[in-house]
Write a protein that binds this ligand. Structure first.
Ligand code: GDP
Ligand code: IMO
Ligand code: MG
Length: 427
């Protein structure tokens, strides 16, 4: 038995979907534990290419239970559309389970997310506009509606009645927007509840039983460590914890049960949305990476900002999560580079630091300190053993491992399941 948490180690989009799909072959259950449909996880397997936002990436193995945990916020319309589109492509969603404790994204959350971004103007966070921040704020302020609250019409009606008015006041008085209509929202969400009811259950007990039986469990992270509300580049972060600690909170698995924590690192850095990114390349190299790797957001289609690997971030992420394995993805993207750079520190106001600072303004103004290594100029996407990788690629990997303090047990050299070099089993 093993419980493996798969965590984004940078700013998201590290390739978690690909890796969870790979590891799920041996998993009895895959559990999403944080975020919502701000996530976009790409899976390319023999069934084709899939972009998942809420359904766990283990869904392609019918015997694997796929659980949307209590730590996820759910837009029921998006979830139903995703389930319908999977079914239309022959993927069975019968083994999907939704925590009765998961919170529901309400129409006001989506409106407030977008209106708040507009109000912030040039200081906008660059959210995905999916209502994530307001939904988690509602949850923490004890003003949320959970999956268990929408199944019974009477309970839902009274919960909605008490929350509709204050939210309409916010919309109309603070933002000058139109109010939402109670009956329209009630009807729409009751229809969603009718369809989702068979999937909504006590997943906390279900997970506890899976643990008792000695099952293999993969905890599927969303977002990345640098988007964590506490430890990320605040305030340019998301509103739930993508960390290994968040995996416990968002699933109900206690920390002593987690056997392995796997950090997914892209071989360079990307970020989508606003906020500091010390190694961002605003030149033709950044553009080259974006085009070669097609770095456009899976959820919003926005161009991702691209830059060199940031080892300050990498080490910070290893320390925060306690990675027992690293997985390096997208190494193939760097195949044609003459040289590759790694950021080993930041120059801030005349001082060089190798710790990630809390202050967004300091990060914004810092100059990265780079180490430069020779490129390999060889196509790596067909390699299937570490020994088949060119010497300079292995040198780059070794240097990253030294700097971040964690070994890469899988090297990914393409988006397909089989384009993976497994040096050591992680499940
Ligand atoms: P996630 O949010 O962490 O699941 O990552 P995304 O799916 O948003 O973005 C990762 C992208 O990289 C997807 O388009 C994947 O198909 C692709 N990908 C994953 N691993 C590799 C790899 O090793 N090489 C290449 N070239 N693409 C990869
Ligand atoms: P996956 O799981 C990359 C970013 C947004 C924005 C910030 C806050 O695919 O790696 P939010 O909508 O969460 O309030 O936006 O977080 N963001 C992501 N960036 N990958 C993601 O998920 C992200 N989810 C949120 O772009 O900067
Ligand atoms: Mg993504």
């Amino acid at each position: 038995m093993s419980v493996v948490a798969v965590i984004g180690a940078q700013w998201g989009d590290e390739g978690k979907g690909k890796i969870v799909d790979l590891l799920a072959e041996k998993a009895d259950a895959v559990i999403r534990f944080s975020g919502g449909d701000n996530a976009g996880h790409t899976v390319i397997n023999p069934g084709g290419e899939f972009k998942l936002h809420l359904v766990p990436s283990g869904i392609f193995y019918p015997r694997t239970a796929c659980i949307i945990g209590n730590g996820v916020v759910i837009n029921p319309r998006v979830l139903l559309e995703e389930m319908d589109s999977l079914k239309a492509r022959g993927v069975d969603t019968g083994n999907l389970h939704i925590s009765d404790r998961a919170h529901i994204i309400m129409p006001w959350d989506i409106l407030l997310d977008r209106l708040d971004e507009e109000k912030r103007g040039p200081e906008a966070i660059g959210t995905t506009g999916k209502g994530i921040g307001p939904a988690f704020a509602d949850k923490t302020a004890r003003k949320g509606i959970r999956a268990c609250d929408i199944i019974d019409a009477g309970t839902f009606r009274s919960r909605l009645a008490s929350l509709m008015e204050p939210n309409n006041e916010l919309l109309t008085r603070l933002y000058n927007a139109a109010a939402l209509d109670f009956d329209t929202v009630f009807r729409e969400y009751s229809a969603y509840a009718g369809r989702l009811a068979p999937y909504i259950k006590d997943t906390t007990s279900m997970i506890s039983d899976l643990l008792e039986r000695g099952s293999n469990i993969v905890l599927e992270g969303a977002q990345g460590t640098m988007l964590d509300t506490d430890f990320g580049s605040y305030p340019f972060v998301t509103s739930s914890s993508p960390l290994a600690a968040g995996a416990c909170m968002g699933s109900g698995i206690n920390p002593r049960r987690i056997d392995r924590v796997v950090g997914i690192f892209k071989a360079y850095t990307t970020r989508v949305g606003g906020g500091p990114m010390p190694t961002e390349l605003k030149d033709e190299v950044g553009e080259y990476i974006r085009q070669r790797a097609h770095e456009y957001g899976t959820t919003t289609g926005r161009a991702r900002r691209c830059g060199w690997f940031d080892a300050v971030v990498g080490r910070y992420s290893t320390n925060l999560n306690g990675f027992t394995s690293g997985i390096l993805t997208r190494l193939d993207v760097l195949d044609e580079m003459d040289t590759v750079k790694i950021c080993i520190g930041y120059k801030i106001g005349g001082r060089t630091v190798d710790r990630f600072p809390a202050d967004a303004a300091a990060l914004e103004s810092c100059t990265p300190v780079y180490e430069e290594l020779p490129g390999w100029k060889v196509n790596t996407s067909d390699a299937r053993k570490a020994g088949e990788l060119p010497r300079n690629a292995r040198r780059y990997i070794r240097r990253l491992e030294e700097l971040i303090g964690c070994q890469f047990h899988i090297i990914s050299i393409g988006p397909r399941r089989d384009q993976s070099i497994v040096r050591k089993k992680v499940i």
